[in-house]
Design a protein around this ligand. Structure first.
Ligand SMILES: *Cc1c(COP(=O)(O)O)cnc(C)c1O
Ligand SMILES: [Zn+2]
Length: 424
């Protein structure tokens, strides 16, 4: 089958700059060893002629497919029936007040079909695998990339084989099993799971959904930025804050704004703040030092960003630098606090990696990196129900009473006095 998408010019290596023809086969640079991550280069002039600020809503698609003119996907290819993208952007006024900031928006990616932003990438993987006539898709993941691939694959009748490190939270693991994936739990780190998956994919010829290796996945993730632009009425925010593991998500966030900038739909690109956990911050350190990252231990509760050997360092660091942004690390206690702050002020329940962005915003406001008058979008990348064990650490225990109103009154007086004031 003809694999080329009309508005894609070619692929380009982010390491050596080589130009590679677009096809279903080429995923990494043939001239570099394992680190030749490719970038999808578009024919922006052709796209600009076809798009306008109004064309997306006019498409009638309330999903990521409203942006198909910017995606490495032929409009005629089969799409998953699951509704991916077009997630809400909340004007979070109580949260902003609590932070001492003027304007904070929360992009709730937890409402995607498998409950994380990863669906935007996995949908592209499933569409391209199907278009290429492949039947089996595979990846290694700390959880969300896997559960979203398994869900998107199931919705399109594809088989999936998933490699997970032992520490993957049970919620994510259960999603995989319910979606019918074959799950290989690797006794080792994410790095070990990744290496084993790469060997198996090579050996048996499965479709490779590993995010850094497969250049098309970042292209799906960029739709989150397209939505932010539209949902803010084309008023570009000053900052977008997002957590960073492999670096594909932040690369996608940048690429979305870049695409809209290149085609004249917006006139500037927001600054991007990348947030890692203190216990695993190889990209924060690389950003600060200007040197290549050094592999790090994976000491954080935020499993989705516990990536000691990031797979997409170049695209990630380029995204931060080209946007004039910054990177910071936050300790786990701040992440747990942010989970509770987010939930209690907005009703958005986020997993630790999703709330790390909010913890980063709080820190950046304190340090003055982000001004209190600036407009900020925080991306909550995944739903908190995926990881109940850590939610328990973030939240206070429930009030336990016998079935007695006097008991209850005493306990409320001790722990929730504000509830009593009203009746008096
Ligand atoms: C994958 C993921 C991230 C980080 O994305 P990377 O591409 O690995 O940097 C952040 N939050 C959640 C919930 C994720 O699943
Ligand atoms: Zn190369």
């Amino acid at each position: 089958m003809e694999s080329q998408v009309e508005h894609v010019r070619h692929l380009q290596c982010t390491t050596c700059g080589a130009v590679v023809e677009e096809s279903h086969a080429a995923l990494t640079c043939p001239f570099c060893a394992s680190e030749g991550i490719l970038d999808v280069i578009y024919d922006y002039e052709a796209i600009a002629r076809r798009v306008s600020r109004d064309c997306f809503a006019a498409s009638g698609e309330n999903s990521m497919w409203r942006y198909v003119p910017f995606l490495p996907v032929d409009p005629a290819w089969e799409k998953p029936p699951l509704r991916v993208g077009w997630t809400p952007l909340h004007d979070a006024r109580r949260l902003a007040r609590a932070l001492g900031a003027r304007t904070v928006f929360v992009k709730d990616e937890g409402v995607n079909p498998t409950a994380s932003l990863k669906d935007r990438a996995s949908a592209i993987a499933a569409v391209r695998a199907k278009a290429a006539g492949r039947r089996i898709v595979a990846c290694a993941s700390t959880g969300n990339a896997a559960s979203s691939l398994a869900g998107c694959a199931a919705s399109m009748g594809l088989r999936s084989c998933i490699f997970v490190p032992r520490r993957a939270p049970r919620g994510k693991l259960m999603q995989l099993l319910i979606y019918g994936a074959t799950v290989v739990s690797v006794d080792g780190s994410y790095h070990d799971a990744f290496s084993l998956s790469a060997a198996a994919i090579e050996k048996w010829g499965w479709y490779n959904r590993n995010a850094a290796i497969n250049p098309y996945l970042v292209e799906g993730k960029k739709t989150v930025s397209f939505e932010i632009c539209e949902q803010l009425g084309w008023q570009v925010p000053d900052w977008v804050v997002v957590s960073v593991g492999d670096g594909c998500t932040i690369a996608g966030v940048y690429k979305g704004f870049y695409d809209f900038f290149r085609t004249g739909l917006i006139t500037r690109i927001p600054r991007i703040l990348g947030v890692q956990a203190t216990g695993c911050q190889p990209l924060v350190e690389a950003f600060r030092s200007g040197e290549r990252f050094r592999p790090s231990p994976e000491n954080t509760i935020a499993d989705s960003i516990a990536v000691g050997v990031p797979r997409n360092p170049t695209k990630a660091l380029n995204a931060v630098r080209r946007s004039g942004g910054d990177m910071i690390a936050v300790p786990d206690e701040e992440i747990l606090r942010a989970m509770r702050l987010l939930g209690s002020t907005t009703g958005v329940f986020s997993e630790p990696a999703g709330a790390a962005s909010l913890a980063g915003l709080a820190t950046a406001l304190e340090s003055g990196t982000i001004g209190r008058e600036e407009t900020v979008v925080v991306i909550a990348t995944g739903n908190g129900l995926k990881d109940i064990a850590n939610a328990e650490r973030a939240a206070p225990p429930p009030i336990e009473v016998g079935p007695s109103i006097e008991d209850l009154r005493q306990m409320l007086e001790a722990r929730a006095q504000d509830l009593l004031a009203q009746g008096e």
